[in-house]
Design a protein around this ligand. Structure first.
Ligand code: UN1
Length: 511
């Protein structure tokens, strides 16, 4: 049997044997419904899944709170060793995990393997971090006093993720949350629950091997109602949510009612600026990967291209040629670069956006033509390039599909203004060999996005940097740098090591 058949059967069984073997801490969490699961590759049925009920989720949060109370007392370096055990199991099963990502999300093999690599990278990062959760000592203004700043575990962390990175985005959150001493409850996308089940199975094994509390990491398969329940529950200390701006706004509104902590990583409407000094060969390769790769379904996907008028014709002819040669099809086939959209609704939204762009004066340069026959029954599309007369209404929106809107510019300031004119602020890129442009782009008057890249595309960030963006993207930062601080609470301790009681600011309070 091929790895594909094995994966399909294994995960059908995994879904079929729901819930006892899979859910660990959530052993009885299933309603009576059976939600059919379909692969975006060929619409074939992969199995069925039940969803957690309100009572199940409530119980899961109780178990998570109890697990956190134990786990927070385990030294951080030992918590890191548990993450190392997770990493070992990921390495053993990386081929099957990647195959499952492809089967359920439709991304090509190399990108699916890259996603598993991203999880492993996060493990390495978190393991190292487990010995570096550094606080500070601060000089006190008073004699014989010392100020300490410490980082403490936070509590139960709810992680809400999207279909397009069905493992890595959970890993960004969970690997950090665990070394920081927290418990995790995960609500994955309804579109990719099998990936979540496989992850949970693997993590359950690691928790058991390390004699860690079994409910430290839990999974609740549910919909927006389950998500709201997690946000509303006062025992959930942090809600980390990745997905659309609309979802993030709903989470933020609910969380505000109890001033709950959130970490939001939402939509992007990412642009690249190409200036006259750019290496057009390098720029085109980067643009095609960023705009058409993952079928345009990354939050970092390139959606707007802002090109100096003097290089616009050359760049467009390169891009149109490259787009015409893109191999589109079954993502399991070698050589295929663009798999399907997640479902037919996504394809309808792409077609509606293209139609609207045309009514707003857009000219379709490539894409949207009929696809070669022989494709399986998934939502396959030809990535599109649409020349726009201006940044019209449709260009200001994020359509989660491979549409690249192209705009011309004359002055560099104008290009930066166009980059910054949208509501989202996730990723951006500049293609230029001019130092002044570069300095402006990455400086205070440059790109207003969380990610501002130079001579590389908007997508495909490494885990070592802080990942996230501004404005409607939500402001959160995940994965590398000091994002771990979001998963801990800071305590400032004033220690009086003397025998007198001097008051701060020289206050005298004579008794
Ligand atoms: C996402 O699409 O939500 O930078 C995350 C990238 C990936 C992560 C994307 N490392 O494209």
């Amino acid at each position: 049997e091929s790895i594909w058949q094995q994966t399909r059967i294994a995960h059908w069984q995994l879904a079929g044997c729901w819930p006892a073997a899979v859910l660990g801490g959530l052993a009885h969490y299933a309603d009576d419904t059976r939600h059919p699961l379909k692969s975006p590759i060929d619409a074939s049925e992969l199995g069925w899944l039940s969803q957690a009920t309100h009572a199940h989720t409530l119980h899961g949060i109780s178990l998570g709170s109890a697990a956190y109370k134990e786990w927070r007392l385990i030294p951080a370096a030992k918590r890191g060793q548990m993450v190392a055990t997770i990493a070992e199991k990921v390495r053993e099963r990386r081929t099957a995990l990647a195959a499952l990502i492809t089967l359920e999300s439709g991304k090509i093999g190399s990108e699916a393997d890259g996603e598993v690599q991203e999880w492993l990278d996060m493990c390495d990062f978190a393991i190292g971090l487990s010995r570096q959760l550094h606080g500070l000592t601060i000089a006190s203004e008073r004699p014989a006093h010392l100020l300490l700043e410490q980082w403490q575990p936070l509590g139960v962390v709810a992680v809400i993720t999207a279909f397009n990175f069905p493992m890595a985005v959970w890993a960004w959150n969970a690997m950090l949350a665990l070394v920081c001493g927290n418990a995790v409850i995960w609500k994955p996308s309804e579109k990719t629950p099998l990936c979540a089940l496989a992850v949970q199975q693997l993590v359950n094994e690691a928790l058991a091997d390390c004699a860690a509390p079994p409910a430290l990491c839990q999974l609740v398969n549910g919909d927006a109602t389950t998500g709201s329940q997690l946000v509303n529950d006062p025992r959930v200390a942090l809600i980390s949510a990745t997905g659309s701006c609309a979802m993030g706004l709903a989470v933020a509104r609910l969380a505000a009612k109890r001033l709950a902590r959130t970490l939001l990583e939402l939509g992007g409407n990412n642009a690249a600026i190409v200036t006259p000094s750019a290496d057009l060969e390098l720029a085109s390769r980067a643009i095609v990967f960023a705009a058409a790769g993952t079928c345009g379904q990354r939050c970092t996907s390139l959606r707007r291209l802002i090109v100096h008028q003097s290089v616009l014709p050359q760049l467009l002819s390169r891009l149109v040629n490259a787009y015409r040669s893109l191999a589109i099809g079954d993502p399991r086939q070698p050589g295929v670069l663009v798999g399907p959209l997640i479902n037919k609704d996504a394809r309808s939204r792409m077609q509606a956006a293209l139609a609207q762009a045309q009514t707003e004066g857009g000219e379709l340069l490539t894409g949207n033509e009929p696809l070669p026959c022989g494709l399986p029954d998934g939502a396959y599309v030809r990535p599109a390039i649409m020349a726009m007369p201006a940044q019209t209404g449709i260009v200001m929106q994020e359509t989660f599909a491979p549409i690249l809107y192209v705009l011309g510019y004359r002055q560099f300031d104008q290009a930066i203004a166009l980059n910054n004119a949208v509501a989202q602020g996730l990723s951006s890129a500049l293609f230029s060999n001019d130092l002044h442009e570069l300095g402006q782009f990455i400086g205070p008057a440059g790109s207003d996005c969380g990610l501002a890249n130079v001579n590389t595309g908007t997508s495909g960030a490494e885990i070592g940097g802080a990942f996230g963006g501004e404005k409607l993207t939500g402001g959160g930062r995940e994965s590398g740098s000091d994002a771990w601080k979001c998963y801990m609470r800071r305590t400032t301790n004033t220690l009086n090591l003397g025998q007198a009681l001097p008051l701060a600011q020289g206050v005298v309070f004579g008794l």
